[in-house]
Design a protein. Sequence first.
Lengths: 609, 706, 90
Amino acid sequence: MDPITFSIIRHRLYRVIDEAVITLKHVSGSAITNEGHDLMVSLYRADGSLLMGGVGFLHHLTSAAEACKSIIRRFEGRIDEGDVFLTNCPYTAALHTSDVYLVAPIHYDGKLVAWSACFVHVYDIGAMVPGGFSPDSRDIFTEGFSSPGLKLVEQGEMNHDIMDTLLNMVRAPEMVALDLSSMIASNNVARERMVALVHKYGPEAVDQACQMLVDQSEESFRERLRELPDGRWESRQYFDIEDETYRVLLAMTKKDDTLTFDFTGSSEQSKYGINCAYWAAWGGFFAPLFPLLCYDITWNDGVLRPISMIAPEGTIVNCTRPAPISLATVGAIQSVNNAACICISKMLSASEKYAKEATAVWHGSHFAIFMFGQNQKGQEAIGIMTETFGGAGGGRSFADGVDVGGEIPNPIGRMANVETTENHFPVRYLFRRATIDSGGPGKYRGGTGLEYAIQQHDSPDGGIHYVVSGKGTKFSMSDGLGGGYPGAPCNYRWVHNNEAAAEGKNVNPFATSTEQMTGEQESVSWGVYPLMDQDVLYVRSDGGGGYGDPLAREPERLARDVRHGSVSAGVARRVYGVVLDAAGEVDTAASEAAREAIRAARLSQAAAE
Amino acid sequence: MGNSASQSYVVATDVGGTCTDTIVFSPGEPLYLGKALSTPPNFAEGVMNSIRSAADTMGLSFAELFARTSLFVHGSTVVDNTLLTRDGARTGLLTTEGFEDTLLITRGAYGRWGGLSEDGIKHPVATDRAEPLVPGERIQGLPERVDYKGAILRALDVEATEKAVRHLVEDKGVEALAVCLLWSFYNTAHERAVRDVIERVAPGTYVSLSSDIAPVPGEYERTSTTVINAYAGNIAAAYLNNLQELLTAEGYSGPLLVMQGYGGLLPAKEAAGRAVGMIECGPAAGVIGSRYLGHVMDDGDVIAADMGGTTFKVGVIQGGEFDYAREPMVDRFHYVAPKIEVISIGAGGGSIISLDPRTKVPSVGPRSAGARPGPICYGQGGEEPTLTDVMILVGYMNPENFLGGSITLDIERARTIFKEKIADPLGLGVEEAAIGIYRIAAAQITDLIHEITVERGLDPRDFVLHAFGGSCPLVCGIFGAELNVKRIVIPYTASVNCAFGLVSADIVHEYSVTKTLPVPSAAEEINAIYAPMLENAQAQLAAEGFDESGTAFDWSIDLRYGRQVHEVTTPVRGETPVSEESLAALVDDFEALYERKYGKGSAYRAAGMEMTMFRLTARGLMKRPEIEKLALGGKDASAAKTGRRPIFVEAAGELVESDIYDFERLTPGNEITGPAVIHTPITTIVLQDKQTGHLDEYRNMVIHFT
Amino acid sequence: MSARISASLVVNDSGEIACMSCGHALGPSGQPWKNAATLSETPLQGAAGEPYSNAANVLLRKFYCPSCATLLDSESALEEDPFLNDVVHI
């Protein structure tokens, strides 16, 4: 196929996905979809292999391929033009029940030519807890509606029995109906545009272009792998749930033009729903792989071909049914992301040419806090606190991590304005800011993470409830790179102001820091909690991992950090060995002495340990 | 206003990135055009040069021209330029205590990926936020708090405010202050009190309040907007004052009106206080000009396309209305001033053609060779093939007669370099490769226009395409055909389209009140919201010299479905103040608009509806230019034919010998059957097969599909 | 000519892994090197600023060059867990 036609068809394929994403966001109108961008739309070949992955939540690109393939297997002979299939079973392909896949075949002239697939995190899925993250579930049976594959729309006609049954099982069915409508509309647009494209260029030409796209991606990716040295790199992620500690171990081996991700040694599956299933682990490491290794290559099956995975059954990265799994996307999958980010970055760091593509971990914990209750307008409100999409960038070989700079698996997420949240939920923010000293120290430090505090405001029931499924409090999940320290861990606190008030203590309703709060501060991390009256929920998100030796950081940068409030003078001195004078300028002599002393201590103190 | 009984000129000058264009019009006379190079950072110089150039064509001196000028209308990139060069005031920011980081953390990654192409977004490790206009040490939080209802939870601590202001102005040398407090658009009291403090404690500091500049919900975008306004405020004000003085010195004593990004004019005094309003006023003027031309030609549905040296921009007019941009950005900053929606891609005459080193797949742009060194064929040292070089290789440009003969194009040099860098690596002949690149550019443009039409629920087949800019008429025959538009119009004023837009605009004041009301709500309640806005608007327009018959007031209301994020600004049809009937019609219109924009099945009624913003657009109606209507003569265009040469014809897939024409020798009524090329002093028009060009009575070239 | 194998290490002409800053050799290429580095193992809690104060019993292992004290690598670890070992084949 000539490169000109190929260029045009490729460009138009991108537009097909763009339009489908826009449709998804337009029809959905929900905050998690439009602000958090917790969605994905991608195109697949007739056999279900990934043709073109869009920039949504990146874990899903490959698991949706498996969703297509599982639908192809299950419905063989019964796949017709105008059908739309649904699957959200995590033991089939979905990541957890809340992330519902709608998968639709695209036919031209009666022949199956492609598939489109999309997902959103639906408003509710009928699990034990509103919003879909159920810390108390001990098996999949309490995690809501789950289907290994059903035909929701049959040749253009909605199957109302199925729709009614699904909606019968969820809270806020009208919102879930809208989520599903948005996905149907998105698939419709993808189908229309794809059919128009095939009509214009002919099925053979489009098929040829698609094949070229996949082959080119494979060739380009293999070529890049061959440019990188062979090796084996290890990474280890800890995370904490209540009293349990879990490990995700990863050994990534690159040989010639192949890459293997081996999770052997990872913890046994958990009684908590932080496990993930096979296809979720598979999708999980592509989230850093695509942007770190394939930033200039089309994300499709060609990229998958050089990759293999080993994930022992019965571990948290390949749990067996009926293990609970509703928190996979903030649990094991995140650890898979982070571990892969480090291994890939270590490999990139072993190359002069590609060292600049390496990064420490961004917002390793990706925790989720959902709120639910009656809002100030008397409506039932359920929703995620979008601050988790604020994130924190990891340090790089040439620059700091971006403060509150997002996360790798979610390229275009953002958090809601304070005013937006205060308008939909009966809460008032006391503050929201970047947290000083949260970025992992390094030559290039990790980006700072966010901290905020809310209390109830104008709630008809005296308050609301929130679901915390946050890990990363006891361990930092934002690993550093090349010596860089990990970013600071998360922290969630229930500030018991009500109790303090009952004891006659003065409670400051406009505290701008936890120091100014009177109530006892209880660390929480897992479960459903009330937020009533004057009590405050304080959340401190994790920082990004640092890059390189803190003693190598240019002193001038610390002066700027301290001026901007990203690093405290104390940490500047103690960890970075940079001393500032009264005017906040670098005291060169004192800094040199401080760094000398730290170096000496490094060698002697360590010898003493 | 003017002292000549016989002539009363309106002079309009638009400062663009490269050129400053002028139009002078007066009833009964042809439009006079002037052009000069823009002169950043002192744009006023280019303005005067441009006006002089127009005066020269009129055979008048400055003094003579200005003595007869009743109105001067102006659009300028001065604010865009200030942001681009980071040349604004030393600015400080006052926020609600506890939220000082709002501007800096940009809602998370939003400021990091905002404005990036998909290629940039896929490569996060290589991305960063732009340096903020106000660094952290010039931000101070104030003890105060208002809630979502506008209720004051914590009164403003005036003493702390004084301290904060003194610290910023005295210790940090701040010259301009932006003030943005939470929920201030519902309760402006605290922000006004802060301004009082600043005026008392640090008089002379330029102040922008978010409740004045952008009284809409969403504290990040509101803060960013207010900061931009404070940052560029003094520069905009100084620029306009300086311009006013220069004009006065040359004998002009009339008003100075300034174009805003929403397509309306404001008197200079007001524009000077709203620097943020001037952002992207050029493209806005282009759309306004297009709308007016469409109106003259009886076309209410227009796709306005402008292809210059670097970018291809497109805006859409539907039924005489246009959309406002949804998440506007300037450079890499978000802001919330109303701005006419214009989308763009990096595809212009100077766009550089490149091949992916690995796959050899060609791309057009986004990098541009600009005007310097420019395309290879300009002979100014350009070494990289551009779209203009491709145009010359496919036979569209006349090497000897470019820009009226002022430049001779070096076709051989373009051919040699293009062969080496593009054709040979692709394994194609020069012509074949050039044709391919041309087609890629046309396809990218088609896709862009598709985005602003089909994706918004509009069908290009219902639209007329207006083609502006130096490069557009070379390509519009292809993409216009592919989109199946009704016809294409290449306006006579294409070269000065933005200036033309200036003279087609009204004075427009936008007012709004943010308030959430359920649907249905009583008509009286809504009318009560509009009453003070109307009073202000009427007073404002009266002070500007308009009597009632010269004004128009348009109401529109933002509605949304309960718990959905998308809002649609819905015009109120029929009489105002509203009644129960007109409100019912409003709801119907909203639903239709919503479905059109957001797709079938997206309208979700069960969650109910709310009204969230009440807008008033107050116009002071300006006289429109009459475009000179010439007599239509015969169809025979042979007098304008200058010869034949091979040109690329899409239907043939290769170069075919075709007729070449000189625009200057055409007369209204002439018809040219494609394929053909028409050279004009400022551009080249390409007619494809099955296209007929018809010079209408306004000397627009109208292309029909046959 | 030395070839980099990480952000802080190279393989020198003699085929040894060496500190990128000072050239101190740490062992043969293709073998784990951390045992040859100077190790400091301290609780993550207290390793840096206040936000680290709620870290649990996890340690921050820091591997220094025994010669110039440059921090070559770090890892989070529970006491009982082995070093993470990276092997690059040049």
